[in-house]
Design a protein around this ligand. Structure first.
Ligand code: GDP
Length: 826
């Protein structure tokens, strides 16, 4: 066809070739023109007759133009539809994958929770076992902690990350592909597809990812809540493992503080361990350790001593030591001349003699003898002070001068002084005083002393004995010489060039000056502005005053000084230590205050006989059970001591560190406390100050009236088998004011109940000067004229004893009840 057209030589005939494709058009003036209709037709056909078009088109060139583009469009539409389908499928797949992941995560979470619950139960069980076997428990405890720490986050990331990671990787690809596929296509469905594609991607990636993200967030939230609830898995998140210092006792809040954990969490952890404690309660080191481990921190145990480490005694090098003055305490029976001897010696002080002899009373002072020897005297009032200082750890006395009046001989307080000095292992010098008095018999003193194992030089012993008179001054120089000699033997030395340490001789609260302490420097040199800790107090030296009342800049070993600048009043016997900082001083002082508080709370269980025995048996170093014995008569004392000393076996020996006749005094209590001994009162009682002191210090006083009972108890204690015991409970005291004789009824005591209560049914003892002179029952207990069951403290009453009439005014009636109690061996 195209050839025909070409033959015409015109391009048009090409179109006319079919005939039907050419139209002759007539114009005016007879002209005509053949017009190729094809185009026109095409124009007409396409819009007007679509149906006719195809009919003719297959034969003509229509199939080439229209259907090609159409085909192309359709192909694209098909491809787009296929793409859409693929996208929908991808979207569905992504959604199901997300759902699956979510489901899996939830399942895993549930499993994890169950596992943790299981582990928690196991941990608790392990902890219970830990009470018996701490080490395996520790291991167990650490493992569960570590395990969830490692395991828990891992699955978490496994679940959330792959989803998050894979999709972001896919996203760019898909995102790139899809738009490319969509771009060539036009029209509404293409837009739909695009938007649906976007949706798909968003859902699959952003939406799905978003969903997973929010799930992870939810999981994190749950995890956080769980941690808060548990309180013990913080380590998973915190990962900061702290070294937690644990002292012997620590409050819950302080423990939480040191671990940097929430108090509530610690309380919770304690609860899961079966310990109900509030934040202010104190828990012991073992419990604290358990908790610290549970939180995954490291335990650093600090013992009592650690806090005071800074003031630990440094062993001085021999070459640093310099001679120091001896510290002397004068002891003896009342009126034997202690004060007189001290005064007389003070007068020999060449230094103060020059200064007019006025000595400030500060409880201690120094004397320079004629030959230049410096002596430090402690002016402690009585033996109790000496021993109470020792009980507080201050062994300041180097030499005890025991004053015995030659005209009086060895008396109870002389014996007591010997006991105190011996217990403190301080050498004695015997000053046989009042030799100027008529009837003075120094030899009697010497022989008397033998009974108390004090063998003086005159009796071929090694204890120096000096005859002297404080009144005439005779022999005082010899006494000083003896002291100097003894001091030489002792080779007393101290290092003056170190942080000062001293002992408080006495302390008071001075109006105007504040708390003031007289301190005897033991080592080092105390200087102005030194920061120190003394007992439970601390301070900074504001001023130092010597025994003459003069301000001094420093005080070396064996020098007594008054110290100003304390924050509180310490107690006699407290040790002063210079430390490097106020913080240190305060910390130690606080710590000591706490220890005292704890100790006070524990008082009562301190020194019981059986505990002492048990301790003595358990501790290889303790081979002796010290005992203080007081009895009504000398005979009983000796019998008791002998019997007691026989009781001892190879392991433990009972040793009477002091014995005497008469009431138990405060001095006995302090001696017992210092030596960790119980007091045995045989037919004697403690006087009120002694009773108070024993209660306060936790010294056990056991009263006996029958020596066999005493023996049995000691034996039982020694063998650790205390059987059922008749426990006696003191219920009251009454003082006899007047004794009435009533015919027919005998003697009736008009009494006042001074303490506790008097009961008709109770047992009674009649005490005269704190010595038991009768034990029995009451015949009557009357209030006015009526017979009553009991009379309370502060009230007056009439009492009469069954079968006993020797009652006197000022006698004291002790009222007690007895009950049999089963001894608990654990
Ligand atoms: P303290 O209770 O042990 O302190 O005894 P004191 O020093 O108070 O003395 C008691 C009494 O004994 C006082 O009246 C002193 O005068 C007196 N006295 C002390 N020493 C002597 C002495 O050596 N000779 C004489 N004759 N009397 C003395």
């Amino acid at each position: 066809m195209s050839d025909e057209n070409n033959n015409d030589g015109k391009p048009k005939p090409l179109g006319l070739k079919g005939g039907s494709g050419t139209v002759r058009q007539s114009f005016s003036h007879g002209r005509s023109k053949s017009v190729v209709v094809e185009k026109k037709r095409k124009r007409v056909i396409v819009p007007g007759k679509p149906g006719a078009g195809p009919g003719t088109r297959p034969a003509g060139g229509t199939s080439g133009g229209v259907s090609n583009s159409e085909m192309e469009r359709r192909r694209k539409a098909l491809a787009a539809a296929a793409g859409q389908e693929a996208e929908r499928k991808a979207k569905e797949e992504a959604e199901t994958a997300a759902r699956e992941a979510e489901r899996a995560a939830r399942r895993r979470e549930r499993e994890e929770k169950e596992r943790e619950e299981q582990e928690r139960i196991e941990r608790r069980r392990a902890r219970e076992e830990a009470a018996r076997a701490p080490k395996p428990a520790e291991a167990k405890k650490v493992d569960p902690n570590d395990a969830p720490a490692a395991a828990a986050p891992a699955p978490e990331t496994d679940v959330s990350r792959p989803a998050a990671k894979q999709q972001p990787v896919k996203r760019p690809e898909k995102a790139r592909e899809e738009p490319r596929r969509n771009k060539p296509s036009k029209g509404g469905d293409a837009n739909d597809r695009r938007s649906s594609g976007k949706l798909t991607i968003n859902q699959a990636l952003r939406g799905g990812g978003g969903h997973q993200k929010s799930m992870a967030a939810m999981k994190r939230k749950q995890e956080r809540q769980r941690r808060q609830m548990m309180g013990d898995n913080n380590v998973e998140r915190e990962k900061v493992v702290r070294d937690v210092q644990i002292p012997e006792a620590i409050t819950v809040s302080e423990l939480a503080n040191r671990m940097a954990e929430k108090v509530a969490a610690v309380v919770k952890a304690l609860m899961t361990n079966g310990i109900m404690a509030t934040q202010n309660q104190t828990i012991d080191a073992d419990t604290a350790e358990l908790i610290v481990e549970e939180f995954g921190h490291k335990v650093v145990r600090v013992s009592d001593a650690d806090v005071e480490d800074v003031i630990q005694q440094v062993e001085d090098d021999e070459k640093d030591l310099q001679p120091r003055a001896p510290v002397i305490t004068i002891m003896g029976h009342v009126d034997h001349g202690k004060t007189s001897v001290l005064d007389a010696l003070r007068k020999t002080n060449v230094v103060s003699g020059e200064a007019g002899g006025i000595t400030q009373h500060i409880g201690a002072y120094q004397i320079t003898t004629e030959d230049g020897t410096l002596l430090t005297f402690l002016d402690t009032p009585g033996h109790a002070a000496f021993t109470s200082m020792r009980a507080r750890g201050a062994q300041v006395t180097d030499i005890v001068v025991l004053v015995v009046a030659a005209n009086d001989g060895v008396m109870p307080q002389t014996i007591e002084a010997i006991a105190h000095a011996k217990a403190a292992e301080v050498p004695l010098i015997i000053a046989i005083n009042k030799i100027d008095v008529e009837g003075a018999d120094p030899n009697r003193v010497r022989t008397d002393l033998l009974q108390h194992e004090v063998i003086v030089e005159a009796m071929s012993g090694d204890v120096q004995d000096i005859e002297c008179s404080a009144l005439t001054g005779q022999g005082l120089d010899k006494l000083l010489e003896a002291i100097a000699l003894q001091s030489e033997i002792l080779e007393l030395k101290a290092n003056p060039n170190r942080a000062a340490q001293g002992a408080v001789i006495e302390a008071k609260l001075d109006t105007g000056r504040g708390p003031v302490a007289t301190v005897l420097v033991e080592a080092g040199t105390l200087r102005n502005k030194d920061i120190f800790v003394v007992g439970e107090q601390w301070g900074k030296v504001r001023a130092l005053m010597d025994d003459q009342g003069k301000t001094v800049a420093e005080a070396g070993p064996s020098v007594p000084v008054e110290v100003l600048g304390l924050n509180g009043t310490p107690e006699a016997g407290d040790i002063l230590n210079v430390v490097s900082s106020e913080a240190e001083a305060r910390e130690i002082a606080d710590y000591r205050a706490q220890v005292t508080k704890d100790k006070k709370a524990a008082v009562g269980a301190a020194t019981t006989l059986d505990q002492l025995m048990a301790k003595a048996k358990a501790d290889e170093n303790v081979a002796e059970l010290p005992i203080v014995v007081k009895a009504d008569v000398q005979g009983s004392t000796e019998a008791i001591i002998q019997a007691l000393e026989k009781i001892g076996n190879d392991e433990v020996r009972v040793r009477a560190i002091h014995s005497g006749v008469g009431a138990i005094t405060e001095s006995d209590v302090t001696l017992a406390e210092a030596s960790g001994a119980p007091i045995i009162g045989f037919n004697v009682r403690a006087n009120t100050p002694a009773r108070n002191a024993s209660n306060q210090k936790g010294v056990e006083i056991r009263y006996y009236s029958i020596i066999y009972n005493l023996m049995d108890d000691i034996k039982a204690a020694a063998s650790g088998l205390l059987s059922a015991e008749i426990k006696e409970t003191f219920i009251g005291y009454a003082t006899i004011k007047e004794v009435f004789k009533i015919t027919g009824a005998g003697k009736i005591a008009g009494c006042e109940v001074t303490e506790g209560v008097a009961r008709r049914s109770a047992g009674v003892r009649l005490l005269r000067d704190n010595v038991v002179i009768h034990e029995g029952k009451l015949k009557t207990l009357k209030r006015f004229k009526d017979e009553v069951k009991e009379v309370h403290g502060g009230q007056e009453c009439g009492m009469a004893f069954e079968n006993y009439e020797d009652i006197r005014a000022d006698d004291v009636i002790e009222i007690f009840e007895t009950e049999e109690i089963e001894r608990n061996l654990d």
